[in-house]
Design a binder for this molecule. Structure first.
Ligand code: UTP
Length: 289
């Protein structure tokens, strides 16, 4: 079984749900507490053993590449002012040489198309997809839990999470071949199932491990929901010939592509923060009166 070494992070979407905030700042660089959303995702990938991050970028996303590079003047000033802690923090986050690649999706044709744009860099090996607007808070990072599941089952893994009561019709939902524990064989997926027809209450929460055969299917994939080339449509085709397992991971997902999700992530990360937690709780409590 080939190991999962690379992750695709599609960051070429328009982020229309958080406009005007995303007009000049890429959604993935919006802050959650004291760092960009992407910083959490890359840290999660590294903790799971990902060795190479492939960013699928688009127009107006150049700041993402800059974020993962030296900022020479800033570093010199921090050095001169003796701000060594924050300087170390900045430098620790930088990639090792060659650890990141950037490939351009020239038009936002959909998540499936974005993943397909990474095909040459991924090559013929299994790979992770990490949706960079989904911040996942977990004791063992979500991607690490997915890797452990992959080591048990091989094939393809889709990380899922129970959705709030009565809201399954708003999510991508998985169908399972029985439910026994957290790791179950998948039989299908459905985007936003009409109320009452949901095959489970587990939504696809933004971390996947996929086999490289998905690329041939994506190459031929026509437009699906929303007129976009959808990753789920090609995954459904792959499901006909390969195993898929859904992993109900142990943690909580914050959809930072949505205003309230971004707010929830900020509040949650502040409350969890070892130094700021108490002050954050006092501030939130005061606001709530
Ligand atoms: P979303 O649909 O959540 O992101 O796609 P979006 O299109 O940026 O958001 P809205 O709906 O307009 O607010 C999930 C992920 O896939 C990426 C997005 O950047 C996001 O991280 N994506 C989506 C691409 O890279 N390319 C695409 O063509 C579509």
């Amino acid at each position: 079984m080939k190991p999962v070494r690379k992750a695709v992070l599609p960051v070429a979407g328009l982020g229309t749900r958080i406009l005007p905030g995303t007009k000049v700042t890429p959604k993935e660089l919006l802050n959650v507490l004291d760092r960009p959303i992407l910083s959490y995702i890359v840290a999660e990938g590294r903790a799971a053993g990902i060795e190479h991050f492939v960013f699928v970028t688009g127009r107006a996303k150049g700041a993402i590449e800059d974020y993962f590079d030296h900022q020479i003047e800033l570093e010199a000033q921090l050095e001169a002012k003796g701000k060594h802690d924050i300087l170390k923090q900045l430098r620790d986050e930088l990639p090792r040489p060659g650890e990141m690649s950037f490939v351009r999706q020239m038009a936002p044709l959909g998540l499936g198309h974005a993943v397909w744009c990474a095909r040459d860099i991924i090559g013929d090996e299994p790979f992770a997809v990490m949706l960079p607007d989904m911040v996942m808070s977990a004791k063992v990072p979500a991607m690490g839990q997915a890797m452990a599941a992959y080591n048990q089952t091989g094939g393809n893994i889709v990380v899922v999470e129970p959705c709030p009561e009565g809201q399954a019709h708003q999510y991508g939902i998985v169908a399972l071949d029985g439910q026994d524990g957290r790791l179950n064989r998948m039989t299908g997926m459905v985007e936003k199932p009409p109320k009452g027809t949901e095959p489970s209450n587990l939504f696809i929460s933004g971390r996947y491990i996929l086999q490289p055969e998905i690329f041939d299917l994506l190459a031929e994939q026509g437009k699906g929901a929303g007129g976009e080339i959808q990753l789920t449509d090609s995954m459904l085709s792959l499901l006909k010939t390969q195993d898929f397992h859904a992993l109900e991971y142990d943690g909580v997902t914050y959809d930072c592509g949505d205003k309230i999700g971004l707010l929830r992530a900020n509040v949650a990360m502040a409350l969890e923060h070892p130094e700021l937690g108490a002050a954050a709780r006092a501030a939130v409590t005061a606001l709530l009166g």
